[in-house]
Design a protein around this ligand. Structure first.
Ligand code: 5GP
Ligand code: ZN
Length: 114
């Protein structure tokens, strides 16, 4: 828990968010500035600064996040596909330094990404 971290504050409940799923390991909530008709963020409760900070000890937790992304996508009706994104570091476009998966869907996604 980092008191300066926006996502840790969402986990703690001191910043509100539209929560759609939570369990003892993770939290899923709506992105404040949606980039697609469905735009959810899935975060570990534990503060991990980025994908670049992931260690072998996080393997089960990271697998849990991916499995929950699939479950939440199914529950959100994203039957025609979706995209899971982990922006990492400055060049990766990361703006909040608490590891998070973007779950984007409801429109066609272009490639390559910007
Ligand atoms: P990043 O740019 O780090 O990959 O993604 C951070 C995401 O967090 C952005 O899509 C941004 O809109 C979202 N975000 C930033 N601050 C907040 C907030 O206070 N609440 C919610 N729900 N989303 C936020
Ligand atoms: Zn954090």
């Amino acid at each position: 828990m980092s008191s300066e971290c926006i996502f840790c504050r969402i986990v703690a409940g001191t910043i509100s968010a539209k929560r759609v799923y939570e369990d003892d390991l993770c939290l899923c909530f709506a992105d404040l500035h949606p980039q697609a008709p469905t735009h959810l963020l899935i975060i570990p409760r534990e503060h991990i600064a980025s994908q670049a900070h992931a260690q072998e000890e996080h393997a089960a937790l990271l697998g849990h996040l991916m499995a929950k992304a699939a479950q939440i996508a199914r529950g959100s009706g994203l039957d025609h596909g979706y995209r899971v994104v982990i922006n990492t570091g400055a060049e990766g476009g990361q703006t909040v330094d608490h590891l998070h998966l973007h779950l984007l869907g409801g429109r066609h996604m272009g490639w390559p990404p910007g």
